[in-house]
Ligand binder design. Sequence first.
Ligand code: ADP
Ligand code: MG
Length: 699
Amino acid sequence: MPQDFLKTEITFLKGVGPGRAQLLNEELGCFTYYDFIHHFPFRYVDKSNFTKVREAFGFNGPVQMKGKISSVTEVGAGRKKRLTATFIDDSGQVELVWFKGIKWVKPLIQKEATFIIYGKVTRFGKKYNIAHPEIEVFDPENVKSGLQPVYSSGEKLTSKGLHSKGLEKLMRVLVALSKDKIGETLSAEVIDQYRLMSREEALQQIHFPKSQEQLKRAQVRLKFEELFYMQLALIKQKLISQRKIKGFVFSEIGAHFNTFYNNHLPFELTGAQKRVVKEIRKDTATGNQMNRLLQGDVGSGKTLVSVLSMLVALDNGFQATILAPTEILANQHFETVKELLDPMGVKVGLLTGSTKTAERKVLHEDLENGSLQILIGTHAILEDKVKFKNLGLAVIDEQHRFGVAQRGKLWLKNTHPPHILVMTATPIPRTLAMTFYGDLDISVIDELPPGRKPIKTLHYFDNKRLAVFQFLEDEIKKGRQVYIVYPLIEESEKLDYKDLMDGFESISRRFPKPRFQISIVHGRMKPADKDYEMNLFAKGKTQILVATTVIEVGVNVPNASVMVIESAEKFGLSTLHQLRGRVGRGAEQSYCVLMTGYKLSEDGKKRMETMVRTNDGFEIAEVDLRMRGPGDIMGTQQSGMLDLKIADLAKDNQLLNAARICATELLDEDSDLTNKRNFIIRAELQVQMKKRTNWSRIS
Ligand code: ADP
Ligand code: MG
């Protein structure tokens, strides 16, 4: 049996033995041939291509060079021990330095030989050096063979001869043995349709590629397979829970929806809004419970979509609710929805922490007898004593502030869980959304309402502050309002607080009362005080709002046209974009001013450039993903999902798309994988699910 070959214990491989086997277990997690053959090279070197030492100076990135070692020196003792060597070729020389692994490197570099080194040249004053280069003796025999694998190893492995070269030797043995012994894990149909390399060939070529092109094909095959099984597991999971959880059927589109649509719609819906409303209508009519994530950039008009969806619920005799993360947002939604629906006589209520007891009592009653059709509020809605007569749809605004437990509470508000629509203005790159919310359906509003003036974003260094203040004054004179935001990062909360207060003072001096009125909002204030100050600003009683990022989410003050972000380099891209989204909501030209010090890291520069270049939240999310990687974006608690061997969620979006489509089509046709031609896939899925429990544990 082909599969059995890969189950062979690694001890049986020629050159391994019990000692090395234990080391491979402990250091690389390799127990079997399967594990070892999946220890893929992390890069390949082309042993026929070398950079000259002189050209390597000033090159920003690792280079491969060929030359001799002219002198070796060991200095210091104990922890401070350091080994240096002078590496020369016919163009110049460079110093090599080791702080670790000296015992192993020293005898090697003392050999009379030509060496190949690989590493990054760093400049120290007038001198250049390379710290911890990879080094090996140049072997003319090897030159012909082109690409060679480089494996990650470790100090312990290295000390037993299992450095990259040593691992390569073992791998050659294993790959030779594996000929005609590695079975397929994808069906013939899938391999055909996507023109994939066979599994056996891919596992051989990934280690010892015959050419760049073959290497590419091997990588595609293995990445596809990995992503395919991940998506298959996620979609399967979704199907299973859909079968278990029955949802309310919204079969009617009736008077509420139609009257609103025909007579009260304040503007023509954008194409994207129409599409999403259709998706929701379709989804809520099936009898399955809807779990939908609605992504749309700030200002894309998600609220209106939620209103239309709630009307569908009403048409079918159900109630609906909107949960907002803060009281201010709940208030805003309430005002908006009430204004839209009052003319139709729909009853809308507001429930927050500050709702008075007497009002609360009436609300509770109306909710239970069904006369209140829509309830808008904060977490207060989740309390057990808040009972609906017949809740059919819950809209959650800005989902990242709601935990899974809270979602669970919502589910218990009716005999079946209500349909759930989660709205977020923090776009998540598609690849991540498909992975982390693989069990949710996703709708995207990728179009802004017409006639918006794009926000102009400017980046200034701190020395331009006076000019910026003048600009603010000019805008205020035109009747506009201004946000000035300071960072609040937890580790240095004290410092940040001081920055905020210093800033507030200097702004107060520059914009004195009574001509100018300033509000201040920060995390150390009581919620009631915060709301009070925010409301002054929202009502136009103050012209400047000095704040920390507490204003990040959702607040809508259309008259505010300038967002100044202080120490902008301290913010991540998604926060910067969220903050910027607070302006540009009215008819006037709006501005976002990013203030930074001169000293910017490469990443900091890139963030500023990205912000200045584009207003597109999805594009920004993609840049963010490439800069930070998926782990940082989704948070560590989810990082089990990221345990991918070869695919890269930041780079392989096309493959992920293809894999998702493939998995979807397959399950559409054969949801239990009982068709004979899908047996291979069913068996492999079981293997994968056992190995990667993470894939079935998310949502
Ligand atoms: P967000 O998606 O950020 O929640 P909102 O729903 O608050 O966006 O909408 C932003 C603004 O755009 C609101 O003032 C809303 O009235 C307006 N708006 C929504 N849809 C349209 C449309 N189709 N045409 C014109 N304006 C719209
Ligand atoms: Mg909104």
